[in-house]
Ligand binder design. Sequence first.
Ligand code: F6P
Length: 364
Amino acid sequence: MKKILVLTGGGDCPGLNAVIRGIVKRATHEKDVEVYGSIEAYNGLLRNPQEIIPLTNENVAGIHVKGGTILGTTTKGGPFGFPTQDADGKWFMKDRSKETVEMIRDMGFHCVISIGGDGSQSISQRLFEMGMPVVGVPKTIDNDLSATDYTFGFQTAVQEATDAVDKLVSTAESHHRVIILEVMGRSAGWIALHAAIAGGAELCLIPEIPYDIDKVKQRIESRYNEGRGFVNIVLAEGAKPKDGTITSKASDEIGYKNLRLGGVAYQLSQQLKEIDCKADIREMVLGHLQRGGTPNAFDRVLATQYGVKALELAINSEFGQMVAFKNNSICSVSLKEATAAYNNVDPDCYLVQAAKGIGISFGD
Ligand code: F6P
């Protein structure tokens, strides 16, 4: 019997459940495969008592249309830094990686399928190097993993951001305002770039192209001078001015290592006022609306293929691999390659050129 343990780690993302369902449904074609899920990533394995549930055709039926993850997830630590309380109740991060590898072996798991973003896949690679059989599935709305053309969840997030631009265009036009829409993406501008093109924004500010605030003001003024009298700006949360830094804050949540981005829309608005931009400006931070809810059809299909492929890699003992979507086909790449480089927007890529071609300014 081959026992496979599935887990979802890092921020949630539309399509996680479709991957889980794909894994389980594909497994039913095999005589000797059983699938289990660990609740909240590795927590379910490492907690006492453990929280590991069997995944069957019955409990995954119809879940591909649901947002979130039926297994739960966490952004607070993992096997290499597990939030733990000492005798005085003080929290510290404990390295439980060796124990994790041993538990997987001793509990008779053939393989772990880890569904997660760059942070989760780096953990997968380190555990793989320590001898744990693992297969990765790339998830994140940010689309920032370089080994795959698309992560699932990205297209749904882009649609959510585009719907927001569409709504904001009509209110900006009615009031002759500048409206700044801040979207997620961490250090990558993919969501902003796609939503700006799809929604027809005048300005798109992304981390990969630091903006010059005077150029942003010039673009706004030229629109008002043309008599159009309103401007929509799509701003990536990781965008920064030339010679400036990104707006971020440390989190006080136990075990949460990432810097929290967000709020750059207010910073941009303030900068524009400081250089005497006369337009009325409103700001909108789209936030977690981009991550919640039903995955669109593209993400369901991609996630389902990832799930099926991940199960096939697992049963064929092709460990240390991550499933990927390259040149319109599903394949696999080594986790090492998958975690080597971040997928930033290339400022010279055709998508940026096309955006400029239709008059979108990047403030550069
Ligand atoms: O990586 C996905 C993402 O949604 C980023 O776009 C965003 O910066 C971050 O996660 C938000 O994380 P959290 O949900 O922990 O606040």
